[in-house]
Design a protein around this ligand. Structure first.
Ligand SMILES: NC(=O)c1ccc[n+]([C@@H]2O[C@H](COP(=O)([O-])OP(=O)(O)OC[C@H]3O[C@@H](n4cnc5c(N)ncnc54)[C@H](OP(=O)(O)O)[C@@H]3O)[C@@H](O)[C@H]2O)c1
Length: 357
């Protein structure tokens, strides 16, 4: 593959200051790395947080954001070819969490608790024409895979880890709070992994409607009393739909503290609750110990996607999880700033638009 000397990239300097560099040198690769020609990169909520200054990126240097990346191998380092079997032209997705391969936690399959470099957060990412990835964290996808769809492998892999941590038993009532892109993927995965009825709880009908389109059995809008989906008493709503019982399995796919309290309150006997929404630095999650104890409840957190990538790719490739309605629309690299604003302001139901080269 012919690789040019320079490329286009959106370079982030500080909150709300990002410029299109039309001639940034295409990055060099080391022996353990591959160069990926970026096909598509999705916008994540954290890109919005970095761009608008709600969270800090992991470097002082100018940075190319974007960590939900699909593409094709353009160059291969010696070790990457030998150990990973990578070849120019291979279609891939990038696991951005590129922890030290030799760390004891990585070796135990828990790279999520011993973070090293993260593509698009501590080093240049996918809002560019090319980016670099360590071979160990680069995942080959089937030759016939649609690379637009593959660009959602990263959020799907994180959501899948949370769904697996839920330990769903066949036929159970599953509640998912937060109809963002990941909650909308989770409702489909909950079905794949055996849920009976799935309830999606949110604040906006347009997102809940996408959940319906993707197979959610029940939706509840807990914010807008004007909504036809408004549910004032969630406890009663769940009991009415689950033979008098509260929720068997619940995921909090939002960091909203009210949602977390409601999720724990509406989880029933012998339930499992997984907290997935990323807490703010000062957030404290308090629970009534006695209520959780008497329900024999399990509450756990779920962080990133240490071992779920191949399965996530398979869910997308097989069509068991659909992301087209979630990807909303695609845009060119030049239009990134505009789409970051649209996602932040929920304009036109922009859920997870896709930058496409
Ligand atoms: N643990 C991990 O490994 C991991 C990985 C990636 C992301 N995350 C986090 O997971 C969460 C979900 O990600 P995402 O990309 O899907 O985020 P998102 O786009 O922010 O979606 C969150 C959704 O929750 C809704 N929401 C807000 N308050 C709610 C409430 N009280 N009840 C029900 N729904 C409510 C939001 O509605 P509005 O439109 O009204 O705001 C929005 O639709 C985020 O917090 C993200 O930072 C965690």
């Amino acid at each position: 593959m012919d690789v040019p000397e320079t490329m286009k990239a959106q370079v982030f300097y500080e909150p709300e200051k990002m410029t299109l560099d039309e001639a940034k040198p295409v990055p060099e690769i080391g022996p353990e790395e591959v160069l990926v020609k970026v096909h598509a990169t999705g916008i994540c909520g954290s890109d919005i947080s970095y761009y608008f200054g709600k969270a800090a990126v992991g470097t002082e240097d100018p940075l190319v954001l974007g960590h939900e990346i699909s593409g094709v191998i353009a160059r291969v380092g010696e070790v990457a070819a030998e150990k990973g079997g990578f070849e120019v032209g291979d279609p891939v997705v990038v696991n951005p969490v590129q922890s030290d391969v030799n760390s004891p936690w990585t070796q135990k399959g828990l790279s999520n608790v011993d973070l090293g470099d993260v593509v698009g957060i501590t080093k240049d990412g996918g809002f560019a024409e090319y980016c670099v990835s360590h071979w160990y964290w680069t995942v080959k996808v089937p030759q016939d895979m649609d690379l637009d769809i593959a660009a959602s492998a990263e959020p799907l892999a994180c959501g899948l880890y949370a769904v697996k941590n839920l330990n769903i038993q066949a036929g159970q009532f599953v509640t998912i709070f937060g109809p963002g892109p990941i909650g909308l993927m989770m409702v489909q995965m909950a079905k794949v992994y055996g849920a009976g009825k799935v309830l999606l709880v949110g604040t906006r009908d347009e997102r809940l409607d996408v959940g319906k389109e993707l197979g959610t059995d029940l939706i509840a809008n807990t914010k807008d009393p004007e909504s036809p989906n408004y549910v004032e008493d969630l406890d009663k709503f769940i009991r009415d739909n689950n033979n008098g019982e509260l929720s068997d399995r619940t995921i909090l796919a939002t960091a909203n503290l009210g949602a977390i309290k409601s999720g724990i309150d509406t989880a029933g006997n012998a339930s499992t609750v997984v907290i997935f929404g990323l807490p703010g630095d000062n957030d404290v999650h308090s629970v009534s110990g006695i209520e959780c104890m008497l329900k024999d409840m399990t509450i756990r957190y779920s962080w990133l996607a240490p071992d779920t990538w191949p399965e996530a790719v398979d869910l997308l490739h097989s069509g068991k999880v659909r992301v087209e309605p979630i990807q909303s629309y695609s845009f060119a690299l030049e239009e990134l700033g505009d789409s970051l604003h649209k996602v932040k302001n929920r304009e036109g139901n922009a859920i997870k638009p896709l930058m496409k080269n």
